[in-house]
Design a protein around this ligand. Structure first.
Ligand code: PLP
Length: 240
């Protein structure tokens, strides 16, 4: 079995390779380690191998790990799971980034609840890029208007867009979805030349990070390829 450190090295190499073959600048894609369901010791191993940014989906589990790892300086916590509006306060207080903002109500609450002592919360707007009604994310038709409203909120900094296209679809379809997200981002930037350009495209996971990078991803969210397979939903999760 390969170690977490080995996996970080090999995923980092894949990211570098894909970045170069896309003709993009080396270092323009960051690795977000998706650590949901993994015990705090796995995150410690990743930190020892140089990883700093972690993505979590489940609030209570994340808060536990943030506390358990409070002795490690410089960690960056990203919330990437669906957001219930009664959970926004804890998210606003404990995270640096939120990738899964998909409606104005949640954005407003995060802005209001972001402590004044902290810098603005960095956020991505999650887009339901394949238009599947069952998944979270705002409809692609609403993205431009919603981005405009979110950018008015004083304690949030809108950095870009996020999507989770179904990774099991054939490559051309998947690639199309990534491309559509990049195009939406370009449309927002073109319509708001007076504002700083959105610079973050959070797309690509273990199975499709090369394709996402080819279409402009700046942040890939990788779990399985770093930490191994997660237990299927419903089985007891190995909490720290
Ligand atoms: C779990 C998860 C990932 C990581 O997926 P892997 O296939 O394990 O790399 C990425 N993004 C989100 C939003 C997730 O929930």
């Amino acid at each position: 079995m390969s170690s977490i450190a080995d996996n970080i090295e090999s995923v980092t190499r894949s990211i570098q390779k894909a970045t170069i073959s896309a003709g993009r600048e080396a270092g323009s894609v960051t690795l977000l380690a998706v650590s949901k369901t993994r015990p705090a010791d796995d995150l410690r191993a990743a930190v020892a191998a140089g990883q700093r940014a972690f993505g979590e989906n489940y609030l209570q589990e994340a808060l536990d790990k943030i506390e358990q790892l409070a002795d490690l300086p410089g960690l960056e916590w990203h919330f990437i799971g669906p957001i219930q509006s009664n959970k926004t306060r804890a998210i606003a207080e404990h995270f640096h980034w939120v990738h899964s903002v998909d409606r104005l109500k949640v954005a407003r609450r995060l802005s209001e609840q972001r402590p004044a002592t902290l810098p603005p919360l960095q956020v991505c707007l999650q887009v339901n890029i394949d238009g599947e009604s069952s998944k979270s994310g705002c409809h692609p038709d609403q993205v431009v208007a919603l981005a405009e409203q979110i950018r008015e909120l004083p304690r949030l900094r809108l950095r870009g867009l996020m999507a989770i296209p179904d990774p099991d679809r054939p490559e051309p379809a998947l690639r199309q979805s990534f491309r559509r997200l990049a195009e939406l981002q370009q449309r927002i930037n073109a319509s708001t030349p007076q504002l700083p350009a959105l610079d973050t495209l959070s797309m690509g996971m273990s199975g499709d990070l090369e394709l996402a990078i080819a279409e402009g991803a700046t942040c890939v969210r990788v779990g399985t390829a770093l930490f191994g397979r997660r237990p299927p939903p419903g089985e007891p999760r190995p909490l720290a």
